[in-house]
Every structure is written in structure tokens, then in C-alpha cells.
Ligand binder design. Sequence first.
Ligand code: GLN
Length: 533
Amino acid sequence: MKTCDLPAYAIADLVRTRQISAVEVLEDALERIRRVDGRLGEVDAPRAESEEDLSSVHAFTQVTEDYAREQAQKIDQLVKDGENPGPLAGVPYTAKDIFTVKGVRTTAGSKILSNYIAPYSATVVERMEAAGAVMLGKVNLDEFTYGSSSESSTYKPVPRNPWDTSRVVGGSSGGSAAAVAAGEGAISLGTDTGGSIRHPAAFCGTVGLKPTYGRVSRYGLIAFGSSLDCPGPLTRNVTDAAITLQAIAGHDARDATSAAVPVPDYLAEMEKEVRGLRIGLSEEFFRVTYFDAESMELVENPIDDQIREAVLSVAGFLAQLGADIVTDVPMPHTKYGVPTYFVISRVEASSNLLRFDGVKYGYRTSQSFKDLPELYRKTRGEGFGVEPKLRMLMGIYLSAAQFDKGYYQRALKARALIRQDFETVFDPRGKYRLDALLTPTAPSTAFPIGSVYGDSVLMQYSDQLTATTNHAGIPGLSFPVGFDRDNLPIGAQVLGPDYSEGRLLGIARAYEEVTEEKAWRNLKPPLVAALDS
Ligand code: GLN
């Protein structure tokens, strides 16, 4: 039996009960990688061109085979010794190449970290290992997680969507979503600053969970926007997301913003029924509003009809299960999510990127330099790609003393108003008393590779439906809800108040269960289906 397409919980069960060894599971996964992934992403390598390149996933920047084998053998030994190997015993997973793993190269998809071997592991990686999971390797991402298509990585070829390899995987945790969708590991760890877990999850037809800010430790995560970043899981089903969250959530003394809030039993929470829950729909999440630089006007565009219908059909199923669907919920500041994000995330990014200077670690220019500033200039000029440079320039400009009140302070005010929108509708004594909001995850399905990349403003608008979650610090869960006419996955998300992950998992699980028999649930990405036939 091949284990690549099994849920994580099923694999762990087989390993724990000695029906299969962790090493055998690992061999299955490595074989799947060999068959579908193609050329590994490498710094400044040629783009995809050959027939084989164009039809492969390219999720990985690195396969850590020896590391994985050591972990798998350890799990098998524990099982043999009659000890508890953990809830994710022998489950193969991948980590977005933004998490440090001790002794393993950690690049952030950037040349400036292309030679960086991390001296310590991220807390989430340690916790995955403690739960018995086996890391297959590092997966590709937008450079420093800046993007919504994973095309900005310096590591080429960039990932391609397993459902249609001419399409992007979304981003920035695109390698994570692609790997999970293609059965290269049952779980991937991603990060979400403005949508980077949920967006690629929607594009690749996986589940993706952005936890409440502080719920999961950021220690060992290369920082983008420190007030927005959240690590979380991407999986093929809701139960696996619950089990993974259980493994990685909880206070960490090494992250000062980590929350000391007790961690509930997520599986138990997930099993609670949706009957009686108040679930809201807001028109503000069914359109994208952006500033058109040519006409100098605000332009409003409805999202794709097929996505709208798919999300409304989820509401229909939830209503059948006894949930109260509340329509016309006002979320008036949703349209400011991206402009606000533009300012706050760029300011935080430019500050976080200052540490890469060619002195302490990472890439250093091989040219001669006469003083320290020149070393910095040459190293940073050569080491950073276009997107980080753009964001640094923007961040430095926006935070300049003379603009302080005009941009950053205003963005912080807008951020507070965005948070207030959510507080108002989730207020248990308020007019709406919602338990969750149901919205589309992204305004479109996966777009063709090369069609948006290069227009960094348009790319950013891919996040309009996700970024407000990060501003507010609340949790959001994206889950697959069907396919469009081009056979591309559609994602919906549920958003809830702080620490309501259990409830969000419950809503998504209820929907998953009631649609279990639907034909679309059995579809596999063509390149995976081709392996079976
Ligand atoms: N697409 C967003 C950006 O470009 C989100 C990135 C993220 O969440 N890390 O900033």
C-alpha cells in the first residue's frame, strides 16, 4: 500500500500499530517526490523550460533525506520499545524554507541566505519532531514570503500548481501547498502575514490554517511583519490541521509575543456540531476594491461568480446542518485591508531586513570593499532580489520622519478600525453575535504563471480577503469547496474571534463530512492520478 495520499492521522495510526514502519512511509514519500517534483529549486538556476520542467511541481528547494531517515528510524525504535511515538508518528511533512532547522540550510528563497545553515530549530519544528513527524525537506516560497504566487523566489524553477502546471501555486507558502496537494508529505508548515497560508491553500485545494496571533510561536521564523506573522499548517483534510495545531500551539518563553492562553483539545472542539452557530456573510468580502493608478479612481470589482456560488453553497450546507446564516453583515473597513497592509508590512519588513548585511551570517559580496558601508551596499545589492528591494524602499519612504503622521500612524488607525469591524460582529451582546464569518479566500482561482508577476500592486490585491484577518490578529481557516470550470480548486475561509480555532475547524469539518460523497472530493491532481493508472 502506498501511503502518500493517506491522511496524516491514518499514517500515524498505521505506524503506531506497527502495520507499517516510519521508514517505509518515508520511502513512499521520497519516491513520490522523485516522480512528480522534478528539478529542485536552486539559487539563480534556469527557469522551467523543458517538457519535464513544465509538467513538474518543483515544490522543494531541498530534500533532507538523511535527516528524515534518522528521524524515521527513531520513531520505529520507539514503537518497537513500546513507547508512545506521538500523535504524528512517522508522518512525513515539509517546512516552508522560512523556518530554521538545526544543521539544515535555511534560505527564505533568497540569495542573501543561500549559504545559511541554521544553528537552531524553530519551536514549531521542534514540536513537530516531538509529535513524531518526519521532515522531508524545505519547500519553496516567495522571497522572504513577499508575494502571492511564489514566483519571486530566487530559487528556480518556482513551484507549479499540481492541478494545472501552467498555473501558479499562490503564495507565499506556495511550495507548501503544492507539496501537500501532490502527496509529497501529508502536512506542511507555512506562515501567514497577509494570507500566505490560506491563499496558496485555496489555489492548490488544500486546507490552510492561520492561527490567532501569538497562538503559535514565531521563534525560529525568519521575520517579515513581526506584528502580523503567524505560523500554521497546510494539510489535505481538516482533522490533520487540528492534530497539527495541537502539536505546535502553546506558549513559548522564547517568543515574547507568544500567548499564555491554555490550548484546548482541538479534536474535541472540532467534533462539536454547528447547529445553532451564527455564521455571517458579508458583501464586502465578495468584491475587491482597489485604486486604479491610471484613472486615479477607486475601482470596485465583484469577485469571480463561480467563487461566489461555491461559497454560498457552503452556507447552504451549513444551514441544512442547523447553523443560522446571517446575511448582509457590514464589514466596512475590509477595503482598507490592502492599503493598510502595504504600509505596515513594508515598514516592518524594511526594519527586519536590516540584519542581513554580510557580516554576521549569510551571503557576502566577493567583490572588494573599502569600508563597512560599501560591504553592506554590495552584499545587499547582490543578495536581495527585486521584491525585497522594492519593499525596503517603500518601507523606508513610508516611515520617514516627515511622513510619520501621514502613512504609518494612519495605517495604525485603520488597523484598529479593521479590528473593530470584527469585534462588532463577534460581540456576544451585539446586534450580530456571530460565531464566525464565511468568506471566499481569494478573489480568483490560480492564475497562469507569468500573468500577474511584475505588477506588485495587482499581486497584492490577491490578499484583500485575507489581510484583514492578520491586521485583527484573529484566526482564519481556508478549506476546499469545489472546482471552477477550468478544474481549478476554489477555497472558502471561516474567520472567528481570538482563539476560536476549534470552532473554525468544527465548521470546516462539518462541511467536509456532509460533502464527503461529492464527486469532486475524489478528484486528484492530474499528475498524481497519472501515477495510479
Ligand atoms: N501576499 C502577501 C504579501 O505579498 C502576503 C505574504 C505573507 O502572508 N507572508 O505580502
